[in-house]
Design a protein around this ligand. Structure first.
Ligand code: HSE
Length: 442
């Protein structure tokens, strides 16, 4: 057994891992650990060994080879077991995960977790507990699955002045939007297919309404900007209102629609510093690197003052990709434990959050107006009165007495766009406002 005090005296002692939870990720981790243990030892000198696995049901068939003597329903006992050196938390949710992680950290055991919800709500409490006890808390799998993004932000880019992060960090919604764009599927059909393939849950709310992406945004922003950003700080809109017509309009203007997770820092390093965090569907130019991220793939685009633009791409979900990230963290945690070392999480105090009303974006709007002389100039006048400049416009050749008009604006403040929309809603010539979607330029 390795421990802070004994490991240096016995280099061949295995590091025993207590795994809390054995769902998709936990079982994939146990399999991967079995397959990779020898290669890991050769590469790093660390001998990892599953020591105990806490589950809800002992008898459940997990479809993997597993020594049943490792199974227990007592997760607290796994954490307290002196023969367990490192704890992996893949239960999900806030409790009992929070209490178990805190107990492990307080007893000097490093923790690896894939739990985005936990970190995006009580991350600062856990980071502080890890630092106070001089152990690692690693969570590469909590944002964008197999894609290395947390470690680059924590280590490689620690000295970088990171200005913004724009990511596609939810595979389910990216799959749905890809089917709509490439196969002409409706939202409902694409969601049904995602559910049949196991990407979307029976209740898809967490994915399609942006909660999952919001939690990941909070975690990435916390690390990138050294601030305690929580899920509640993230402005959030999902994709359930996106229609086939929106997808077609995007294509006509040279865009694809993606659910974006965006974190930016404004006036960094000054007393005025603010962080803007938001998740919403947006039109992305087809030439932008994120436009070619298809199906259930994820990508994270980071912009640093000195580094320039960096892009990280890969599988953001699924048992094996997530287990790969957990296993990488385990090797790191075990290796640090043996050396008596750890790396504090570079999160900081609560930041000032810039309200969505004060953020700027370009917008796509689709409205239906009465088709009579002068209507377009009246509508354009409403944009002008509210300081919103129109960049492009297309009118559909619709029959009868109505016209469907699509506008793309230049950058404008959210509050000015909302004022424009309120005014348009009251206008006699405006029959309906059909879509309002933000637009990312270049
Ligand atoms: N449900 C998520 C996704 C994976 O579709 O990307 C877990 O965060």
């Amino acid at each position: 057994m390795a421990s802070n005090s004994s490991s240096s005296s016995d280099d061949n002692a295995p590091v025993r891992v207590g795994i809390l939870g054995c769902g998709h990720v936990g079982s994939a981790l146990i399999e991967l650990l079995g397959e990779r243990a020898r290669a890991i030892e050769t590469a790093s000198g660390v001998r990892l060994e599953a020591g105990a696995v806490a589950v809800r049901s002992i008898s459940k068939d997990r479809g993997i080879e597993l020594d049943e003597s490792l199974l227990t329903t007592d997760a607290e006992a796994v954490v307290a077991d002196p023969s367990i050196d490192v704890v992996v938390e893949v239960i999900g949710g806030i409790e009992p995960a929070r209490s178990l992680v805190l107990a492990a950290l307080k007893s000097g055991k490093p923790v690896v977790t894939a739990n985005k919800e936990l970190l995006a709500s009580v991350g600062s409490e856990l980071y502080a507990a890890a630092e106070a006890n001089g152990v690692d808390l690693l969570f590469e799998a909590a944002a964008a699955g197999a894609i290395p993004i947390i470690r680059p932000l924590r280590e490689s880019l620690l000295a970088e002045d990171v200005r913004s992060i724009i990511g596609i960090v939810n595979g389910t919604t990216n799959y749905i939007l890809t089917r709509m764009a490439e196969d002409g599927a409706t939202y409902a059909d694409a969601l049904g297919e995602a559910q049949r393939l196991g990407y979307a849950e029976r209740d898809p709310t967490a994915d399609v309404e942006g909660f999952d992406a919001g939690a990941k945004t909070a975690i990435m922003a916390s690390i990138a900007f050294g601030a305690n950003v929580v899920a509640g700080d993230v402005y959030r809109e999902g994709i359930s209102t996106i229609t086939s017509k929106d997808i077609e309009s995007a294509e006509r203007f040279g865009y694809v629609i993606k659910l974006l997770a965006i974190a930016s820092v404004f006036d960094a390093g000054t007393d005025e510093e603010e962080i803007g965090v938001r998740v919403y569907p947006a039109m992305v130019p087809v030439s932008h690197p994120l436009a070619s991220v298809r199906d259930s793939f994820n990508a994270v685009f980071v912009e640093g003052a000195a580094s320039g633009e960096l892009m990280f791409y890969g599988r953001g979900a699924g048992g094996q990709p997530t287990a790969s990230a957990v296993l990488g963290d385990l090797v790191d945690a075990a290796s640090n434990l043996q050396r008596g070392a750890f790396r504090p999480v570079p999160s900081g105090p609560r930041p000032s959050i810039r309200a969505i009303d004060d953020l700027e974006s370009a917008y796509f709007l689709n409205i239906t107006v009465g088709d009579s002389p002068g209507v377009l100039s009246e509508v354009a006048g409403v944009f002008a009165e509210n300081g919103i400049s129109i960049r492009a416009m297309q009118q559909d050749d619709t029959p009868e007495s109505e016209a469907s008009v699509a506008f793309i604006t230049h950058q404008g403040r959210e509050s000015d766009i909302q004022a424009t929309l309120s005014r348009l809603k009251e206008h006699d010539a405006v029959k309906s406002i059909n879509s309002v979607i933000r637009v990312i330029e270049s």
